[in-house]
Write a protein that binds this ligand. Structure first.
Ligand SMILES: Cc1ncc(C[n+]2csc(CCOP(=O)(O)OP(=O)(O)O)c2C)c(N)n1
Ligand SMILES: [Mg+2]
Length: 322
């Protein structure tokens, strides 16, 4: 599949925005500015960007506890996200959700999710509604290697096949569920093989390679839109930071992350490929880098100066009237 120059620049902007968002959140969390638990997506950007490039605002995604990248790739407002992480009233959920509960239903972003394996059932439901509405929309569940072992995921794969749903399951196998190796915890040879057992189309993908994810996701999304049923992408990738911010990471080798950053940086790989091919000038990428840094700086400044929720806010957004 080929991408026009503007699409390449847009994909780069998404990946770079995720990376800089995460690098900055790492710093702000360490400085004690961000309450609650934070799980960073740095290193995995090509997966969210490669998949979401195929989606429109009317398509659905469900995310995980490591959800900032999925939100940004689906077009969620960075200022609203940052304010949410800082626990401020101007946040997307009024500052009451934080990192693990960012959602924007207007954009089909059904939410980050503190429940491991919580996304696949939501996506099965969203895909069923999309099928019945008949507008050709699809639903995508991002799920970790740990989440891929949950019964909720297996049931969702099965129902998606039984109901022939426009659903795509994207397993982000970053090698660990907290400190448990995915090589140990996944009994089958791979998640792709396991999904084939459920009757889904499934492929294993180098999740550090935007173009590999983009191609595989493109096929899966097209199949879903055409009524061809569900697919699974088994993306192999890595996270740069700990499971959560503050994780001592004693289960990782001393140079593991240093090597990953040097050899498997999906943003650097993307830049190298598009500049060496002559598709994009380095100056264009440098301009995006600068704009992204300014956006993040601005979002942090705005979040820091925004008001915190007040006591009365505890009683709002609790019940929904239909
Ligand atoms: C149902 C459930 N069980 C356990 C947990 C605790 N927990 C939070 S994250 C996590 C590991 C998830 O690993 P994975 O799915 O591989 O995602 P990653 O953190 O690697 O992105 C666990 C066990 C939880 N939040 N929900
Ligand atoms: Mg994992």
């Amino acid at each position: 599949m080929t991408l026009a120059k503007d699409d390449l620049l847009a994909a780069y902007r998404v990946m770079k925005t995720i990376r800089e968002f995460e690098e900055r959140v790492h710093v702000e969390f360490a400085a004690g500015e961000i309450p609650g638990f934070v799980h960073l997506y740095a290193g995995e950007e090509a997966c969210a960007a490669g998949v979401c490039t195929h989606l429109s605002k009317e398509d659905y995604i469900a995310s995980t506890h490591r959800g900032h990248g999925h939100c940004i790739a689906k077009g969620v407002d960075v200022h609203g996200m940052m304010a949410e992480l800082f626990g401020r009233r101007t946040g997307l959920c009024g500052g009451k959700g934080g990192s693990m509960h960012v959602a924007d239903l207007e954009l089909g972003m059904m939410g980050a999710n503190g429940i491991v394996g919580g996304g696949p059932p939501l996506v099965t439901g969203a895909a069923l509604s999309a099928k019945r509405a008949g507008h050709g929309n699809v639903a995508v569940a991002f799920v970790g290697d740990g989440g891929s072992n949950q019964g909720t995921t297996f049931e969702s794969l099965n129902l998606a096949k039984v109901w022939n749903l426009p659903a795509i399951f994207v397993v982000e196998d970053n090698g660990y569920a907290e400190a448990t190796s995915s090589k140990w915890s996944i009994g089958a040879e791979s998640n792709a093989e396991r999904a084939r057992g459920f009757g889904l189309h499934a492929v294993r993908v180098d999740g550090h390679d935007f173009f590999a994810v983009y191609d595989a996701a493109g096929e899966a999304v097209q199949r879903a839109r055409d009524g061809g049923g569900p697919s699974l992408l088994d993306c192999q990738l890595n996270r740069y930071y700990g499971h959560f911010e503050g994780d001592a990471q004693t289960y990782r080798g001393p140079d593991e992350v240093k090597k990953l950053r040097a050899d498997q940086d999906c943003v650097a790989r993307f830049s190298k490929r598009v500049t060496e091919s002559g598709d994009v000038a380095e100056s264009k990428l440098a301009a995006i880098d600068q704009e992204v840094l300014e956006l993040i700086e601005d979002a942090v400044a705005a979040a820091k100066s925004a008001p915190k929720p007040e006591a009365g806010d505890l009683l709002t957004d609790v019940y929904v009237s239909y």
